[in-house]
Ligand binder design. Sequence first.
Ligand code: C5P
Length: 278
Amino acid sequence: MLSLISPAKINLFLRILRRRPDGYHELASLFQAIDLHDILQIEVSDRDLLTCSDRSLPVDHTNLVSKAVHLFRSKTGISKKFVIHLQKNIPQQAGLGGGSSNAATTLWALNALCGNAKTAKELATWGAEIGSDVSFFLSQGTAYCTGRGEILREVAPLEHTSLWIVKPEKGLSTPLVYGKLNASQLKQRDPEEALSAFLSGTPRYFNDLEHPAFEVMPELAALKQKLFDGEFTDVLMSGSGSSFFCIGNGTLPDLPGCSTFKTEFVRRQPDGWYNRVK
Ligand code: C5P
């Protein structure tokens, strides 16, 4: 049996460039994997079975883990069956990529259980078929992502950073947030410059989806301000929300109804999967 961690991600910056004719948005974002993780246990069996510690999550064909199993079988022609248990810790509708990470971890695990015939790059290409963020988790943990998120440029490790994740009780639907976005009104920041700034150690954090997310859930603006009052260097919403990450030596205020997680950046070794930091 394989037991693998399935890490979350944050977007250190997220620039939305335009809406595409297919309804997706062209973006440019620096993704970073973090140690906040789910755990996936998986073994070859004579039947397919998916169970999950979180009863609110469907375990049918709509679950991204099931989609990854089907994808792997259809791409490889392998007909093996798998018993999988998913222990959820990453909050949902948080902008932390939990479902996409589970799909990527499943692809990695199935490939390992079937003789490692495919490269991480091939798995990343396949993963894009079931979600825009799946490919990222098959990078080494820090990547500049473009297209609808599935085109990866590996980035050298950033300075090791610890951070807080704050997730309000309510989550946000990604399509709803994108639906509120008016791409032509966004500040025309150059994402390549933003990337260079991170690589030279002068990071500037921003997220073009914050404004539309605050329109959908106005209390998020007040939460962001409250977190800034904790004297963090930076506070930013991750992905399409509703979670925030807080960087620097601040102190979390009292946050009724919010879940909080202290975590840190994590990376994958070129030939292995992610390991928990502690
Ligand atoms: O690819 P994924 O299934 O994660 O995307 C979920 C939804 O998020 C899409 O249906 C779309 O509404 C929105 N999205 C987008 N542009 C992206 C990624 C996601 O508009 N680059």
